[in-house]
Each structure stands twice: as structure tokens, then as C-alpha cells.
Ligand binder design. Structure first.
Ligand code: PXG
Length: 289
């Protein structure tokens, strides 16, 4: 057997972990997910991830038959069974099974899948040299249409489209703007820049995902005596910034050295970014999270 998967209340061998063809997640993108990192056998910020998941489900009106504590216990049990040390945990919850979009037709509990996997690490050069980012045409969803704070499956169609756009021009990431042209976030990362020793990042209400790594970075920066201000800004602020970086579960903290072919600062990872990368690494190693 390859490994265990948690599926609808049971631990099953991965080759037997199948989801129904009429699952609402599959048919309509009707569900929510989380991507979590495991470090040294423990899920990083598990409580925060599961709290965000339950908030997503609440907003989507998907009712879980058990609470977040039980969910966390299931994740931890899966980590033990699969003997994961450093890896990736994928959590997916959908509304359940029914053909037809009317949720009243659903007769099953929500579909719950938890799986673990190896983490495909980014090349070391990405951290050493920094990322080349381009602005993509695909905008983040307008909160009047699709609330971006819900980590919903359906919303990620925009992010996949944005990633394709970035790939097509060979960029490391795609910068997504709001409909009004304000800087929102990248396809799977939050964005920060520093100017005059102060760090800036867009506020959550602008229409971004409230990243768990974003919060961690903000706390670590404040702990180092560096102010972090949430404000609305445009690409001009990034073009003329001293330095910039991205945060996310997959990339952790990664320098961003170019936007739309303009060098940011001197085009090298900046001192605040490097300090934060080290603080993040130390924080992970401390295990005190
Ligand atoms: N913005 C967006 C749009 C994201 O999808 C982040 C910011 C960073 O949030 P966290 O909480 O990770 O700091 C994300 C995170 C996946 C996957 O399966 C996607 C994310 C994280 C982990 C896995 O592609 N997105």
C-alpha cells in the first residue's frame, strides 16, 4: 500500500480513495480547501488553517458534522499513519453528492478528503536570486461576485488562468490586480513591499486571501521592530519600492526582484526580505508555533 487517505470519516488506502462523479466539488467547484505544510512531523499553524477552512465552509453554508478540534485530530492521525516528517497536507471539503446545482438535492454529508504528499521544493536559485513577476490580465474576483477570503475551489479557476498567463511569458509568478487596478496578490502568494524601512501589504478587505504565512510574516516583522502597514496601492509603488517579497504556504518567504521587467530596488533580494527569511526559518525550527 502506498499511503493512507482520510475520506469521509475513514482512513482508507490511497488507491481506494475515490470520490463520486457527481460530487459537487467536481461538478461545480462547490467546496473549500486548505494546503498546509508539515515540518518535523507537525502541521504548521494547523489550528489557523482549520479555522480558516471552517470560516470558508460557514460562508458557503456547508455544514460539517463535527467541529474543528476533531478535524485537527484527523489531520494529526493521518500524519502519524503516513509517517510524514516534512511534507504537504491537502484538505478538501465539498458540499456532497448530487447531480444538479440545487443544494437541496444533496443527501450525503459533506465530502471530506485529507491527503499527504511530498513537497516539490522550489529551486534554491529562486530564493537566492528572487522572482521575476509579471502582471496578468486575469483580475482577482470582485468580492461582490465571489468573496476572495473564502478559499473556495471555484475561485481557483481565476488563479489557474493567471498562472497560465505567467507561464506563457516565462515569469516566476503572476501579479493579480483588483478590477480597479490595485495590487491584490499573486496566484498562490500574498505580496509585500518595503519603502523607507516600512513594510506595506494590501488589506484583506481589498479582495485577497488572508494568508496564514502573511500573518506569520507580519508578526515576525513587528517582532523585529519593523512596522507593517496594510494599505491599498498600485503597481507604481512596487516599481519604485526598495524591495518586495511574497509569502505563502508553498513558497514560505520568497524575494521578488522584478515586476513587468522593471527591477525592484537594485534587482537583488533586499535586507528586510533576507532578515525575514531568516526569522521565518528560525521560527519553523523553534517548533514554537
Ligand atoms: N493568496 C492565494 C490566492 C493563495 O492561494 C496565499 C495567498 C497564501 O496563503 P497561505 O495561507 O498559504 O500563507 C494562497 C495560498 C495549492 C495551494 O494547493 C495553494 C495555496 C497554499 C497551499 C497550497 O495550490 N495558496
Amino acid at each position: 500500500m502506498d499511503k493512507w487517505v482520510f475520506l469521509n470519516g475513514e482512513f482508507v488506502p490511497s488507491e481506494q480513495a475515490h470520490v463520486h462523479i457527481y460530487d459537487h466539488g467536481f461538478l461545480y467547484g462547490d467546496g473549500a480547501f486548505e494546503g498546509i505544510r508539515a515540518y518535523n512531523g507537525r502541521a504548521f499553524k494547523l489550528k489557523e488553517h482549520i479555522e480558516r477552512l471552517y470560516n470558508s465552509l460557514k460562508a458557503l453554508w456547508i455544514e460539517m458534522p463535527y467541529g474543528p478540534e476533531q478535524f485537527c485530530a484527523n489531520v494529526e492521525e493521518l500524519l502519524r499513519r503516513n509517517e510524514v516528517k516534512d511534507g504537504y497536507i491537502r484538505v478538501t471539503v465539498t458540499r456532497g453528492v448530487a447531480l444538479g446545482l440545487d443544494p437541496r438535492n444533496i443527501t450525503t454529508p459533506p465530502t471530506v478528503v485529507i491527503s499527504t504528499d511530498k513537497l516539490s521544493l522550489y529551486p534554491k536559485s529562486m530564493y537566492e536570486n528572487g522572482l521575476d513577476v509579471v502582471t496578468v490580465a486575469t483580475r482577482v474576483a470582485n468580492p461582490q461576485v465571489l468573496e476572495p477570503r473564502i478559499k473556495s475551489l471555484g475561485k481557483y479557476l481565476c488563479n489557474v488562468q493567471a498562472k497560465i498567463e505567467a507561464n506563457q511569458v516565462g515569469a516566476g509568478e503572476g501579479l493579480m490586480l483588483t478590477e480597479d487596478g490595485y495590487v491584490a496578490e499573486c496566484t498562490g502568494d500574498n505580496i509585500f513591499y518595503a519603502k523607507g524601512g516600512v513594510v506595506y501589504t494590501p488589506p484583506a478587505y481589498l479582495g485577497i486571501l488572508e494568508g496564514i504565512t502573511r500573518r506569520t510574516a507580519m508578526d515576525l516583522l513587528e517582532g523585529m521592530g519593523i512596522s507593517v502597514v496594510e494599505k491599498i496601492f498600485t503597481r507604481f509603488d512596487l516599481y519604485t519600492a526598495d524591495e518586495a517579497f511574497l509569502t505563502g504556504t508553498a513558497a514560505e518567504v520568497v524575494p521578488m526582484v522584478k515586476l513587468d521587467d522593471r527591477r525592484i530596488g537594485d534587482g537583488k533580494p533586499g535586507p528586510i526580505t533576507k532578515k525575514l527569511e531568516k526569522a521565518f526559518r528560525d521560527y519553523i525550527e523553534s517548533g514554537d508555533w
